[in-house]
Design a protein around this ligand. Structure first.
Ligand SMILES: [Fe+2]
Length: 438
């Protein structure tokens, strides 16, 4: 969310168009799910799709309609607390792990709730709302885009836990998405085993959001940082390179791991990225990878970025490779002003893609969120929004690492060079990958 000084909401009409298209997109993403699919909550990080579509309506009802639409009538008196995620200052809320038990209200009620909220927002837009109301709608739209990404990451995990391993889309076929994105490079038989590194001068740089558009509060305030000269890999670490790390005993060598990472490897039995399976009945080392397009042989993905690794794995890989992870400031200084293009949700591909063989840094936006070596902390002058909305980002600034760049399920209009995502270091269910630095 943004602070007043950085806010420009051009017009109610513009935000209205944006609202309608984002709300529709959420439902479109759920079209291929059954009602039963939409109830599954298969890991602690995930929520059922049905909860996501209710909670995103809740956000507009709670922070826009209740405050800014005179005479707004709540759809159901229980929904304000039932679909609250974590805003302590707003109301009590159910434990997250119980979201899969919300068989009632039924999906028809949830869809009616969404329609009721949409009707309220349309009525509010017709009245020529105050600027703060428009800002809240814009925040709600950006919030809903975050949940669109979560719908997909959560259903990927849900389908992975289903013994049938159903495909969300396309059954491993990519032909429907190739034409919608950049020319996706086929596997390169003469591929380099190592990325090239691009040098950056560093020096005194400014980081944090600047400009007229929307940003979240955690991207402010813009401030100076000193960067020594550094280099970034021109592409993400590939599955083939990660397989080499595994083959070299990567998961068995404590000297490569942070202490907490090694403890997690032992406790969780990690020996490969999440969603990699060693196919039974085949020869040792025949791995397959579960994706939103179903199960694919690892052999077909050797040039594609490794995804669904934790910060601990990213850090161990970098140490094995004799490199390190970039800081979030090195990443941002190299990305500022670069065009927002890449394998994002809008491409329809739904899985990380082989890098373009053009020169320069590729896969900067899209494909996989990139773990940085930076802890998620407030910037100097950070000011959360007032009231319960101040809990959106600020209260998580402990024990989490920053990721940059968006993934193949991030909406294109949602991402920018100053965008800071954050997860705890053992997290693997997001599309999270590795870019090396030195
Ligand atoms: Fe949320």
């Amino acid at each position: 969310m943004k602070q007043a000084a950085a806010t420009v909401v051009d017009s109610g009409r513009e935000i209205g168009d944006c609202y309608r298209s984002v709300r529709q997109k959420t439902l479109t993403l759920c079209e291929q799910l059954t009602h039963e699919d939409m109830m599954v909550q298969s890991c602690a990080e995930a929520s059922p799709a049905k909860w996501h579509i209710a909670h995103t309506a809740w956000f507009f009802e709670s922070f826009v309609l209740r405050e800014f639409l005179p005479g707004y009538r709540a759809f159901n008196p229980d929904f304000p607390w039932l679909f609250n995620s974590y805003y302590e200052g707003f109301s009590a809320f159910p434990e997250k792990r119980l979201r899969s038990s919300f068989s009632r209200p039924g999906l028809d009620q949830i869809l009616a709730y969404r329609a009721h909220v949409d009707d309220g927002v349309e009525r509010l837009l017709e009245t020529g709302p105050v600027e703060e109301a428009l800002r809240r709608i814009e925040l709600g739209v950006n919030h809903e885009e975050q949940h669109q990404e979560l719908v997909l990451t959560d259903i990927l995990h849900a389908f992975f836990t289903n013994p049938l391993r159903p495909a969300y889309a396309g059954g491993g076929k990519l032909k429907d998405s190739r034409s919608q994105n950049r020319d996706l490079a086929p596997p390169d038989p003469g591929r380099s085993r190592h990325p090239e590194f691009q040098d950056f001068e560093g020096g005194l740089r400014q980081v944090g959001f600047t400009g007229d558009g929307f940003c979240f509060d955690n991207e402010l305030g813009r401030h100076k940082v000193w960067l020594d000269p550094y280099s970034l890999a021109n592409r993400l670490v590939t599955c083939g390179e990660y397989l080499a790390f595994m083959g070299d005993g990567g998961y068995c060598r404590p000297e490569l791991w942070l202490s907490a990472g090694w403890a997690t490897v032992k406790q969780s039995g990690w020996r490969a990225p999440l969603y990699w399976s060693e196919e039974s009945g085949k020869r040792d080392g025949d791995w397959s990878v579960f994706t939103l397009r179903g199960t694919m042989p690892l052999d077909d993905l050797l040039d594609a970025p490794v995804s669904h690794v934790s910060y601990y794995e990213a850090d161990a890989y970098a140490r094995w490779a004799g490199r390190r992870l970039p800081t979030e400031f090195e990443w941002e200084a190299a990305a500022e002003g670069e065009p927002i293009q890449g394998n994002l949700l809008d491409s329809g591909r739904l899985l990380p893609a082989n890098p373009d063989r053009n020169r320069g840094i590729v896969q900067r936006f899209g494909d996989c969120w990139e773990w940085t070596g930076s802890a998620y902390l407030p910037y100097p002058g950070f000011k959360p929004l007032e009231g319960a909305l101040g809990e959106y980002n600020g209260k998580f600034m402990s024990g989490q690492m920053v990721l940059r760049g968006g993934s193949c399920v991030t909406p294109q209009r949602h991402i920018r060079s100053s965008y800071r995502n954050f997860f705890s270091p053992e997290t693997r269910w997001q599309f999270s990958g590795i870019r090396l630095a030195t």
